[in-house]
Design a protein around this ligand. Structure first.
Ligand SMILES: *Cc1c(COP(=O)(O)O)cnc(C)c1O
Ligand code: SF4
Length: 378
């Protein structure tokens, strides 16, 4: 019944396999693959409709990755916040626990391009040190289990890690970050979901970047996790030629909600070496955010964040809705660009909004008793 090991074994792994499958010059692929891990599951390759489409751009090696000035190896300076190889501890009460170097497929824009797929950098033998670090740091109440992809581990291995973590009294919530429901949804089995649900409160953050990734298989995988009571979030990376389009991003967010996944973050692509051709501007990200807020369900609007180069952590970036603010009033614009005023003076008549529809103007200057339907005296 479990089909996923067979599907995974059928992945395109060697430069020869990738070049032959997509009809590309093998020399070029070989050069890129020497620096950056390459692998594509046959399932995900099957979603590609044409060369260079949004699915293709995420996983097929591109000679542009070798541009020397395309970024930094570790722009977030994770290695500086890494007390032991399997831990990145940057925030006061939570940390990343890297437990697997493998992914089902390798994203060309990965933040940890310098590490993923390399067992010398993320290795099972560092897991004990990581557990010890968490045990001795009582301020840690939230562990984000990451990698690589934690769901590349066997059920038994993952269960061991979760069980060990659950013996640590100061840990409140556990999270798993994974792209498996997108790359290899067949790996999400009823047995896996039944195992995971024993470790609640457990959250899973998945990673989808394009509406075409929400296939019937992916929806079934997400359904198994949701039925196990696991709150699902999604981390999406803003990518040029993939989802740098308000209509595409809106559809992605809506399809995530359909699959019971609450969009959590849209990331500005990190300033990572070998990803310059996939990065777009922050203005584009703001345009996308403005095209979400108000125009579709508020549930479909995630935070847009830049993970600050230098290790500053995630910084939320918001369109400017507040235009002026003082003791008397807040002048703001709504999603459609109309201006409204919120009065901050309790006992003075509210200022007349500078510009709005006649219907709304009438409402805001009506006295309170009309609004609550108390008939005027006399
Ligand atoms: C993103 C991240 C976290 C988790 O951050 P949240 O905003 O709580 O999701 C924790 N540690 C590091 C190093 C991170 O990059
Ligand atoms: S699945 Fe995540 S860790 Fe793996 S290559 Fe993609 S972004 Fe990197």
């Amino acid at each position: 019944m479990d089909d996923w090991p067979r599907i995974l074994r059928g992945s395109l792994r060697t430069p020869e396999q990738v070049a032959a499958f997509f009809g590309l010059p093998v020399g070029e692929i070989r050069k890129v693959a020497r620096h950056f891990k390459t692998q594509i599951t046959p399932y995900f390759a099957g979603l590609i409709k044409y060369k260079g489409d949004p699915i293709y751009r995420q996983v097929v090696p591109d000679p542009a990755e070798l541009a020397a000035d395309s970024g930094l190896a570790d722009p977030l300076q994770e290695d500086a916040d890494s007390p032991v190889p399997s831990i990145v501890h940057r925030y006061p009460d939570r940390l990343l626990f890297l437990v697997s170097h493998m992914c089902a497929a390798y994203c060309r824009f990965c933040t940890r391009k310098r590490k993923v797929g390399d067992p010398a950098k993320i290795n099972p033998r560092y897991i004990e040190d990581g557990l010890d670090y968490i045990r001795t740091h009582k301020e840690v109440r939230d562990v984000v289990i990451s990698g690589g992809d934690p769901l590349m581990l066997s059920d038994a291995r993952l269960e061991f890690i979760l069980r060990e973590l659950r013996t640590i009294p100061h840990l409140e919530i556990l999270r798993i970050g994974t792209r498996i429901p997108c790359f290899l949804p067949q790996r999400i089995t009823p047995a896996l979901a039944a195992m995971l649900r024993r470790f609640h409160p457990l959250y899973v953050n998945v990673h989808f970047n394009h509406p075409d990734e929400l296939t019937p298989e992916a929806n079934a995988a997400l359904g198994l996790l949701a039925d196990a009571g696991i709150p699902l979030g999604c981390q999406t990376v803003l990518l040029k030629g993939v989802n740098d389009d308000p209509a595409v991003m809106r559809r992605l967010m809506q399809k995530l909600l359909l699959a019971r996944v609450r969009p959590y973050y849209i990331y500005q692509t990190d300033y990572v070496c070998g990803t310059g051709h996939l990065r777009t501007t922050v203005e584009k990200g703001l345009e996308i955010l403005e095209a979400l807020r108000g125009w579709t369900s508020g549930l479909a609007v995630p935070y847009y964040v830049i993970d600050a180069p230098g290790g500053g952590g995630k910084v939320p970036v918001l369109p400017k809705y507040v235009q002026a603010i003082d003791d008397k009033q807040v002048v703001m614009r709504n999603y459609a660009g109309e201006t409204y005023v919120y009065p901050q003076t309790p006992n003075e008549p509210p200022p007349v909004p500078p510009k709005k529809s006649p219907r709304r103007e009438r409402r805001i200057i009506e006295p309170c008793y009309d609004i609550v339907n108390v008939p005027p005296a006399g």
